[in-house]
Every structure is written in C-alpha cells, then in structure tokens.
Design a protein around this ligand. Structure first.
Ligand SMILES: NC(=O)c1ccc[n+]([C@@H]2O[C@H](COP(=O)([O-])OP(=O)(O)OC[C@H]3O[C@@H](n4cnc5c(N)ncnc54)[C@H](O)[C@@H]3O)[C@@H](O)[C@H]2O)c1
Length: 381
C-alpha cells in the first residue's frame, strides 16, 4: 500500500471534510494507495486545534503556506481557500513540486485560471485536479455508464444544476462567498458552477454558446457587527446553452442552473437527460432514486430504481444502504489518489475534474457574464 503524505492549506469547511475522509479510509477495502495528513496550514489559528486533536500524524502546523510547501516530506496538497487566492497558492504548490487537488472554481476568473493552466503546462510531472464530488453519487455513476453505453438515442435536452436556499434568509450575515473581492465576479457560478458542469463536460457535452440570466436578488446583508454591507455577487444564474457532443454530430439545448436562492433546496444536485430512446433524471433530494424511461414504441412510463450503495470505489457499506454527501467526498478522494497512483482514472466517470475541464467552465462563466451585460447570446470559443 502506497502512502501519499499530504498537507492541507485552508483548514475550514472543506479542509475538515478531506481530513474526515482520510480518517475513514478503511472504508475502501480495495484501495492500494492511501493519504496521510502530515502538515496543516491556516491563517486562523483556532481552526487548527480540531486537526491536532484528531490526527496524531500531523507534524507541521503553520500559518504560512510557503513553509508548508517547503516541507520536502509533503508529496501532495489539498488547497481549499477563498477564490482570490487560488492562482497564487495553486501555482506556488505546483512550482514546489507538489501534486495538487485544488478547489473550484480553480482561479477567481478566467485570467487567473489561465495562469494556473500555464503553470501546469510548465510542470508536467505534477498531478493536478480540481475538486467536485457531484459524479460520485451512485445514481450519477449509473448515468455515467449509460452515457458510455450510448443508450439515449438522439439527445433532446440536458438539464444540470446545483441549488441552495439558505440565502433566502435576507438576515443571514455576509461572508467571503458573497463578496466580489474574495468570491469574484462569477458569484454563484464560481461557487456552485463546477458541480453542475462536471457530468456534462466529462460526457463531452460542451456549450457552443450561452444566453445567461443572472440575478442579484439581495443587494446588502448584515455585516455581523450591527451594520449592513453591500452584497454584490450574483445570487442566481440560469445558463441556456446549445451544447454539442465531442464529435459534433449532435447539438441539443442544455441548461446549467446555479442558484443560491432556490426556495426549499438546501443542497440539491440534479441531472436530467432526455433522449429519443432513453431518458433519465436524478436529484439529490431523493438521493436513492434514479428515474429511467426507456422508449421502445409502447407506453412511455418512468421506472424507479433504488440505487443503494453501488459506488465507483468499492466500499465496506452494505450494497442496500443509501449514500450521502460524505460518501461522495470520500469517493472523490479515492478517485484523486487512484489516478495519482495508477496514472489514469479507474473509469471515465470516476475521475476528478481535469484542468482542461475547469478551463471550459471559465470560458462558459465568462461568456455568461458578457451575455448578461449585453443581453444577448455569446459564442464560446
Ligand atoms: N467541493 C465542495 O463541495 C465545496 C464546498 C464548499 C466550498 N468549496 C470550495 O472550497 C474552497 C474553500 O471553501 P470553504 O467553504 O472551505 O471556506 P472556509 O472559509 O470554510 O475555509 C477557508 C479557509 O482558508 C483559510 N485561509 C484564508 N487565507 C489563507 C491563507 N493565505 N493561507 C492559509 N489559509 C488561508 C481561512 O482561514 C479558512 O479557514 C473554495 O474554493 C470553495 O469554493 C468546495
């Protein structure tokens, strides 16, 4: 069993999710590679105690990411920091010779994303991927196999989205994810968009153009100190695209929705593919339920399949049991380490977002901003 020694830079919400996945690596009995956390870095010291209380493998604790990157024992890093820091920290990690799982959107904007892509090109030995756990739910894996088996016939329409609702509370205090400086001009697209793009992009369904409707619904929020602060980022984005598949033999409408104010949706991923032979739809609201309609000329009836625990990477959990968010995170980490160790993903839909896929998302979101500004359709090149 190979052990990959990791450092975490940015130990907030997502840093803890990674650490917790490491702690239950024994859940994955067939993995021949495992992560070990040996170094952590965050500018907020109080956040680090949870890690040192729970992981006795940690040898380095620092508030300076450069010190962590100078640690020769660290082979790979997970970086989960605000978007304005992605380009600086990701490039520094790659230049220091570390493998990297970086968080989305992989650069605060297209220009920062291009800096990261350039840096990756100069350091081909670094294994670099972007985080998105959305394909690692059993239903999404099954849809991935259906895409590979080309069951849909002519594709009529694809709808993919990621919906949140806590921002419906206008009294929710502002945080960095609602500030232009830290979150970027993309707003909700930068935050939620990669999750909605991951499956379509991996399928090879690439938007040719976009007409975007972006909404800034809440213009200011409590600043947490008794006053109000401007809230300038887009809350909701609906992207209407014409997508084409890789060999450009088919074009079809595709919508990508990323809403922070979608009433009733705490954290809903969904994907719907409508085709002349087979249609399929899934939403994480009914995590265990995959709906499939196969049309052979007779009645058009939706079948319901209970998904259970049919994971990409074999898990000790019994096959009948439902999966959840932390399972998909564990699976995403298995995908990162598997590909790092074996040099290729276990299957097409069990790989993390590639830098090229992240770059396509930046083209899409940048075109969406232009579409909103000009009130028109923008071609994506
Ligand atoms: N994959 C997912 O499902 C998912 C979910 C939420 C967030 N994210 C992404 O993860 C990233 C982090 O988001 P989060 O929710 O964990 O945020 P967070 O605010 O909870 O954590 C970010 C941490 O980075 C630290 N930090 C800031 N500047 C730093 C620096 N210079 N050096 C070291 N640490 C620094 C902060 O102190 C904080 O603890 C973002 O890119 C976000 O888009 C991904």
């Amino acid at each position: 069993m190979r052990t990959v020694k990791f450092g975490i830079i940015g130990c907030g919400l997502m840093g803890r999710e990674f650490a917790s996945a490491v702690a239950r690596w024994c859940h994955l009995p067939e993995m021949d590679v495992k992560p070990q956390i040996i170094a952590i870095c965050d500018t907020s010291e109080k956040i680090l105690k949870w890690y040192t209380d729970n992981f006795n493998s940690i040898k380095q604790v620092t508030n300076d990411y450069k010190q962590l990157l100078a640690n020769e024992e660290v082979e790979a890093v997970y970086i989960a920091v605000p978007h304005n820091l992605h380009a600086e920290l990701y490039c520094a990690a790659i230049e220091a010779g570390k493998h990297l799982l970086g968080e989305k959107p992989f650069g605060i904007d297209k220009s920062d994303n291009e800096k990261i892509s350039e840096c990756i090109k100069k350091h081909p030995n670094a294994f670099v991927r972007c985080s998105s756990e959305s394909p690692f739910f059993p239903a999404m894996q099954k849809i991935g196999k259906m895409i590979e088996n080309n069951v849909f016939g002519q594709i009529l329409e694809v709808n993919s989205g990621f919906l949140h609702s806590s921002d419906l509370d206008f009294n929710k205090p502002i945080n960095w994810k609602r500030m232009l400086k830290f979150n970027g001009e993309y707003g909700c697209m930068g935050d939620l968009g990669m999750h909605a793009c991951h499956m379509p992009f991996r399928a090879g369904w690439i938007p040719k153009n976009v007409r975007a409707i972006l909404s800034n619904i809440v213009k200011e929020r409590p600043d947490g100190k008794g006053g109000m602060s401007p809230c300038e980022t887009w809350d909701n984005a609906t992207l209407f695209c014409i997508a084409e598949n890789e060999d450009a033999r088919q074009e079809f409408p595709m919508t990508i929705k990323t809403h922070r104010i979608a009433p009733g949706n705490k954290n809903t991923w969904y994907l719907e593919i409508l085709g002349t032979k087979t249609s399929v739809r899934w939403s994480s609201k009914q995590i265990n339920t995959l709906e499939v309609l196969e049309y052979t000329g007779g009645e058009q009836g939706w079948q319901i399949i209970d998904m259970g625990h049919d994971m990409a990477f074999k898990s000790i959990t019994g096959g009948i049991f439902q999966s959840g968010f932390s399972d998909s995170i564990l699976q995403m980490w298995a995908a990162f380490l598997y590909e790092l160790h074996h040099g290729k993903p276990m299957s097409k839909f069990s790989g993390c977002v590639t830098p090229d896929e992240a770059a396509i998302s930046h083209k899409l979101f940048t075109a969406a901003l232009e579409s909103e500004k000009k009130n028109t359709v923008i071609e994506i090149k």
